[in-house]
Write a protein that binds this ligand. Structure first.
Ligand code: MG
Ligand code: ZN
Length: 258
């Protein structure tokens, strides 16, 4: 099975620091819908994994998020494509959950749900945390220069093995061409892939895999500036926006922009 994992905002649709709070605010990037359709037609299972802390902040509710995703799915379907699943993290950065990127929780869930080894699976994002989550899950991080992508590239510090493309369209073209070349090289007739036998090959013990992710996460975190360090306020990050949160755990943990 060929799997590809996509971030949503800044990869498929225009990003906004004010969050995407309604279907009307969800505007596809040029060529992105078609790119998903091409990937689908080339045999890819397309899955979206997106941080949606706007839910936790009370900026929109689950019905609105579903409506936004219905719009996305409808456009993709109309173009001849499909999105197999959308995973979202509704939590706030302060919730310390396992699903919010840069943590790889959503990716692991995708791997389990689709029973796919994530090693080398392309994972496309425009923010550093997308690439970090991809890396931690064993995927190949693809940075696109849409959304926050250019800024992410300028800031640097992307995980090892990160590849850079202009857009999701360029990623799709690259992957499809790569598949075509490797298929031609292997001289495999273009048929539906046979189910590969994986029973013999014992998967890595879970504890070991967990420890590896922990070590990777630790190494990534040492590269980050410490929390107390005042960050150059180049652009307000979503995490810096004072949250209007419905389920306040502790008011002291909320931060305000400047
Ligand atoms: Mg994004
Ligand atoms: Zn979460």
């Amino acid at each position: 099975m060929k799997l590809i994992i996509l971030d949503r905002d800044g990869v498929i649709n225009e990003d906004s620091d004010a969050f995407i709070k309604s279907p009307d605010e969800w505007i596809p990037l040029p060529g992105a819908i078609e790119a998903i359709a091409h990937l689908t037609q080339a045999g890819y299972t397309v899955v979206v994994a997106t941080n949606q802390s706007g839910l936790g902040r009370g900026l929109f509710n689950i019905d609105t998020l579903n409506a936004i995703h219905q719009k996305m799915m409808h456009l993709v379907k109309a173009a001849g494509g499909a999105i197999a699943a959308i995973l979202f993290c509704p939590h706030l950065p302060t919730d310390d959950c396992d699903c919010r990127k840069p943590r790889p929780g959503m990716f692991k869930t995708i791997g389990e749900r689709f029973d796919v080894d994530l090693t080398g699976v392309p994972a496309v994002g425009d923010s550093l945390r997308d690439l970090q989550a991809a890396y931690l899950a064993g995927c190949t991080p693809y940075l696109v220069l849409t959304g926050k992508g250019t800024l992410t590239q300028e800031k640097g510090g992307t995980p090892p093995g990160t590849v850079v493309f202009d857009s999701l369209k360029a990623v799709a073209e690259h992957l499809i061409e790569q598949d075509r070349l490797s298929q031609a090289a292997a001289d495999i007739p273009p048929k539906s892939p046979q189910k590969t036998e994986t029973q013999g090959a014992d998967t890595e013990p879970k504890a070991k895999a967990k420890a590896a992710v922990k070590a990777k996460l630790a190494s990534l975190e040492t590269q980050k500036p410490s929390r107390s360090t005042k960050k150059a306020a180049a652009s307000p990050r979503p995490t810096d926006i004072a949250p209007k949160k419905p389920r306040t755990r502790s008011r002291a943990t909320t931060s305000k922009t400047q």
